[in-house]
Ligand binder design. Structure first.
Ligand code: BES
Ligand code: ZN
Length: 641
């Protein structure tokens, strides 16, 4: 069941929250802060009590120990005691060993503070309560992490590209920062940070901070992050990492064998920053670098400030998947600058970012690609939304409803969110809407806000300012309603319509699209070609596609994640060897879960899934392990060990 904790795939329990001060829900209810926080600001995933005291600055002193798969050291917090009556500091932790807690006295000396680490809660971890009756300006916790920390992955040299040095990296979003730093692990709290990190001399250490491209690799590193960030943006990585510049203010960090390919693939990053600045105002974080991780990175990308973490699976040689870079860069405005304040407001990050991503793609590569990506995203949303619980179909949950657990992130937050912004753009006009969004980023810069603030701001700065363009009821339906609103603007993609025609011709007449035509297809066209296929194909059809396009064994994960499930559903065993290779080599959840999901539906497939998982497991990230374990367990059998 650890996957519940790791993926936040949690049944959402709604507790009627008629009053702002509704009592905390039954068991998951986090800290005593639950009673005090307005329901709209209530974060069920954290024990923190920011109404009483807030971390303003964090100073980390850590040693990276590859042999013991451990970070060890201390975290010193500068505190803002908001409530004069507050007597304790409550922190989130998971699987940490707490060695010592001290507080700074007014005479500058440090004294021991009493503290208690509660039993671990399955989802939230262990609440650390520190007694601080004199409200010290600074508190320091000395601690070490567990080798199983959910927010860290430790790779042996064999799991890296170069094969010589070990590697480690963090993934803090959603609530995994607490597994490597004791923190108020809620996006409502923002803090600046510094870090002093020691590591073996040949390991380069990077953080979501002011990485110096020229830093000497000497095992001793110092970082400063002067902009206040929420805990989920705290990040660290260590390994055989080198830098290649892309432009004045951006570049790529990667293992030596990967860095050239990555810099070529992401060569347009500087232009992306320029374009986004023209649309939405200055990039406020100094440098924008990217760190290319090993293939076990469980996500496509993570918007760690100043240093996005990126999967190597988007490096396919033709720049066709760089919308991922546009996405992570866009988070520098939507997400990192203006941040969702509770787990039920995630669409504010991911939906607005997906919209901005699409605008960057349009500016840089033209409407045709932007429209193809919009159509693909909306098709995916349409395909899944009707099967979701009504509440999961809504972008956000009404402010008076208390949610007791995080909802899994689905296409709703991303694609319905982006669609909502396209709707506003269409109604108010691009120029007005661009001005609005830029104003929104300025108004709420470096703040964490709930959905209600966005809605209020939109009512004032769009609906009231340009009367007659959209109604409050329409706005309400987009934000809180289920399904896809009738007011959703439609987009046609002639390029994808041509793909539809080619697929139909093949299915009905057996004529495969001409090689001259498909040679010019981008990943998006191949995605659409495969997504429009019937549930299953016969063996002859699959073999014909393979002969023509070599889908089996494709190095493009976006194609593989669509081809292999179709092959499995159709009983096309010839793909099994390559399926096994794919599932062993890639740890990015989005790419591999659809294939696992199809495999477990038959006894033979389940056997293959178990066998492959047993081999792949040591190389998977804990987040991916959790998801695969869940899928195999749900199929009715215990996972192979
Ligand atoms: N911030 C997300 C990743 C994330 C979200 C991690 C929630 C944990 C919890 C990141 O920006 C993201 O959306 N990544 C996508 C890529 C994107 C192009 C849709 C991914 O990893 O697939
Ligand atoms: Zn995102």
């Amino acid at each position: 069941m650890r996957s519940i904790l790791l993926t936040l795939l949690v049944a959402v329990a709604f507790v009627a929250g008629c009053s702002r001060d509704a009592a905390p829900g039954a068991d998951v209810a986090a800290g005593s802060d639950a009673a005090a926080a307005p329901v709209a600001e209530y974060d069920s995933l954290s024990y923190a009590q920011p109404e009483k005291v807030r971390i303003k600055d964090l100073a980390l002193a850590l040693a990276v120990d590859f042999d013991n798969r451990q970070l060890a050291g201390s975290a010193t917090y500068q505190l803002d005691w908001v409530d004069p009556a507050a007597r304790e500091l409550v922190l989130d932790t998971r699987d940490l060993t707490i060695e010592k807690v001290v507080g700074e006295r007014t005479d500058g000396r440090w004294e021991d503070l009493e503290h208690a680490l509660a039993d671990a809660h399955e989802l939230l971890g262990s609440k650390l309560t520190i007694q601080a009756p004199r409200q010290p300006a600074r508190i320091r916790v000395t601690y070490r992490t567990s080798p199983e920390a959910s927010g860290l992955q430790w790779l042996t040299p064999a799991m890296t590209e170069g094969g010589e040095q070990p590697f480690m990296f963090s993934q803090s979003q959603q609530i995994h920062a607490r597994s490597w730093v004791p923190l108020q692990d809620t996006p409502r709290v923002r803090f600046t940070y510094t870090a002093h990190v020691t590591a073996p001399q040949d390991a380069m250490v990077l953080m979501s901070a002011d990485n110096d491209p020229q830093a000497a690799r000497d095992g001793d590193y110092s970082f400063t992050m002067p902009q206040a960030i929420p805990s989920y943006l705290l990040a660290i990585a260590a390994g055989d990492l080198v830098f290649e510049p892309i432009g004045e203010r951006s570049g790529v960090w990667a293992e030596p064998a990967m860095v050239g390919k990555a810099a070529a693939e992401f060569a347009d990053t500087g232009k992306m920053i320029d374009v986004t600045e023209q649309l939405y105002g200055p990039y406020r974080w100094g440098r924008y670098d990217m760190l290319v991780l090993p293939p076990s990175f469980p996500y496509g990308g993570m918007e760690n400030p100043r240093l996005s973490f990126i999967t190597p699976t988007v490096i396919v040689g033709d720049k066709s998947l760089v919308s991922l870079i546009a996405h992570e860069l866009a988070h520098s405005w939507s997400g990192n600058l203006v941040t969702f304040s509770t787990p039920k407001d995630q669409w504010l990050n991911e939906g607005i970012t997906s919209y901005v991503e699409n605008r960057i793609i349009e500016e840089l590569y033209g409407e045709q690609l932007a429209d193809m990506e919009a159509v693909i995203a909306r098709d995916a949303l349409r395909a899944t939304i009707d099967d979701m619980e009504p509440q999961a179909q809504a972008l956000a949950i009404r402010p008076d409803v208390r949610v007791e657990a995080g909802d899994p992130l689905t296409e709703v937050a991303y694609d319905k969110g982006a669609w909502f912004l396209h709707f506003l753009e269409e109604r108010f006009g691009r120029e007005n809407f661009d001005r609005f969004l830029r104003g929104y980023f300025d108004e709420f810069a470096f703040q964490s806000i709930p959905t209600t603030r966005f809605v209020e701001y939109a009512k004032q700065n769009l609906l009231a300012k340009y009367p007659g363009k959209a109604t409050e009821a329409e706005l309400d339906e987009w934000v809180y309603g289920t399904g896809i609103p009738a007011s959703a603007p439609q987009v046609a993609s002639p390029a994808l319509q041509a793909v539809d025609a080619a697929r139909t011709a093949w299915l009905e007449e057996g004529t495969l699209p001409d090689a001259g035509v498909t040679a010019a297809w981008t990943t998006q066209e191949w995605i659409h070609f495969l997504e429009g296929m019937p549930e299953t194909l016969d063996q002859g059809q699959l073999a014909a596609l393979d002969a023509a396009y070599e889908f089996t064994g494709t190095p493009n994960g976006e194609i593989a994640m669509r081809w292999y499930p179709l092959a499995v559903r159709s009983g096309y065993d010839r793909a099994n060897d390559e399926i096994a290779v794919f599932l062993r080599e890639i740890g990015r959840r989005k790419l591999i879960m659809p294939t696992y999901g199809e495999l477990v539906k038959t006894p033979e497939g389940l056997a293959l899934a178990r066998e492959v998982f047993a081999q792949a497991r040591p190389g998977y990230h804990p987040i991916t392990t959790g998801s695969v374990e869940d899928t195999i367990e749900a199929a009715g059998q215990a996972p192979a060990e």
